[in-house]
Write a protein that binds this ligand. Structure first.
Ligand SMILES: Cc1cc2nc3c(=O)[nH]c(=O)nc-3n(C[C@H](O)[C@H](O)[C@H](O)COP(=O)(O)OP(=O)(O)OC[C@H]3O[C@@H](n4cnc5c(N)ncnc54)[C@H](O)[C@@H]3O)c2cc1C
Length: 374
């Protein structure tokens, strides 16, 4: 009998596992892939996300440093930069592998290449079934990402309004060329994907190029992606990777009687920017802390609901208003993005949202006061 079984070894599962191991929980992590593995992602890791890590990232994991953003809408281009680093760029195979190694350091048990088939909640424990056997624990953390279905033991599978889709590819390029094109900026293109945007992000040996948006806003994702690549001067043959991007967070159920959902499995993603890494890391840590409170500090089972309260207090309002902001912006995109790109001030202030210095609620209020978005 384990204290906790963690399903999924991505950033959320690995962060939960490291915290669980450090707190002294008897922990098993199940990951279906052998690591390192590819994960479709832009690889933007914000300073906010980094602030949750209790260790330094090695130099070879950090591929680029970013201080600002260029935003393009039709023929308008604006740029804003801060005098500090806002995010770094990582390749997810390396980054995720590093996080999993940091979890293993704490002495927990990790089975890679072992897929959880289902998770059952019993009165006194949970049971997780894999092809190799059945495991029991007092609690489970489901950190299986956006596409897994083990979470259906807590709530039904997401419907099409509850997630978006992203397509991404890696375009090889020389470091010098990337520096010339992007400098220390991310590049965001609005108006290319309904309910989302296209991006060009700098990495050490490639550009991450992608588009993401609402399912309804991207009826022909592959064609839209090929068009976006061509319009931006990328004319080679590229392997495209598609993936769901969930949103909604605490609007939906994120816990059962002995099971907590974390990261993408819980829907903890900023609906406007698509950022999910910060919330995946933090929610994984919270899940482990709450379970440790019950297993090791004699708190009652009812205390499991503290998980929701912690997530709500830390980033609940932020994610809720990200969805509202996204809906406002994408409802009448011609009007709103014209306003958004009419002044560097608006983007400069938005960088504070990316930096988690202000939340979307305050940003919306600021926009209404300053730009008559009403
Ligand atoms: C195209 C795209 C671009 C993105 N760009 C960014 C970005 O630039 N910055 C950012 O912050 N966020 C970005 N995101 C979001 C970010 O990728 C996610 O929020 C983040 O990966 C969530 O981490 P996670 O650990 O919850 O899930 P994941 O990273 O998906 O990890 C889940 C893990 O669980 C494993 N697993 C699944 N099912 C099972 C099972 N049954 N048994 C065992 N293991 C299982 C998987 O193999 C995987 O390793 C992007 C997303 C997409 C789709």
């Amino acid at each position: 009998m384990y204290d906790v079984i963690i399903i999924g070894g991505g950033p959320s599962g690995a962060s939960a596992a490291r915290r669980a191991g450090k707190l002294g929980l008897k922990t098993l992590l199940l990951e279906k892939e052998k690591f390192p593995r590819y994960k479709p992602c832009g690889g933007g890791l914000s300073e906010h996300a980094i602030s949750y890590l209790d260790f330094e990232l090695p130099k070879d994991v950090i591929e680029w440093e970013v201080t600002g953003t260029k935003v393009i809408f039709r023929d308008q281009l604006i740029k804003a930069n801060k005098d500090r680093r806002l995010s770094v760029l990582v390749s997810r195979d390396k980054f995720d592998n590093f996080l999993l190694e940091k979890a293993k350091e704490t002495g927990i048990e990790v089975h890679t290449g072992e897929k959880a088939l289902c998770c059952r909640e019993m009165p006194d424990c949970i049971e997780v079934e894999t092809r190799q056997g059945t495991y029991q624990a007092k609690f489970a953390i489901i950190a299986e990402g956006a596409q897994g279905l083990v979470k259906t033991c807590v709530r039904p599978a997401d419907n099409k309004d509850e997630y978006g889709i992203g397509l991404v590819t890696e375009v090889p390029a020389e470091e010098r060329e990337i520096k010339e094109r992007l400098g220390k900026n991310l590049e965001l293109h609005f108006g290319v994907a309904g309910g989302g945007y296209g991006w060009i992000f700098p990495h050490k040996t490639y550009y991450s190029v992608g588009i993401g948006g609402a399912v309804k806003g991207l009826p022909h994702p592959k064609e839209s992606m090929l068009e976006f690549l061509q319009e931006n001067g990328f004319s080679g043959e590229y392997k495209l990777h598609g993936h769901k991007i969930p949103w909604g967070g605490l609007k939906r159920k994120v816990m059962g009687s002995r099971v907590l959902l974390s990261g993408d499995a819980a829907g903890f993603v900023d609906a406007f920017s698509g950022e999910g890494l910060a919330y995946a890391i933090r929610s994984g840590q919270f899940a482990a802390e709450v379970i440790a409170g019950i297993c090791l500090q004699g708190r009652s089972l009812k205390d499991l609901s503290r998980y929701e309260a912690l997530c709500r207090a830390e980033f609940g309002t932020h994610l809720k208003y990200s969805l509202m902001f996204s809906r406002i912006m994408h409802r009448f995109p011609d009007r709103t993005f014209k306003i958004f790109t009419s002044s560097d001030k608006m983007l400069d202030k938005y960088l504070e949202v990316i930096d988690f210095k202000i939340n979307y609620k305050d940003y919306l209020r600021w926009c209404l006061l300053n730009f008559k978005l009403r």
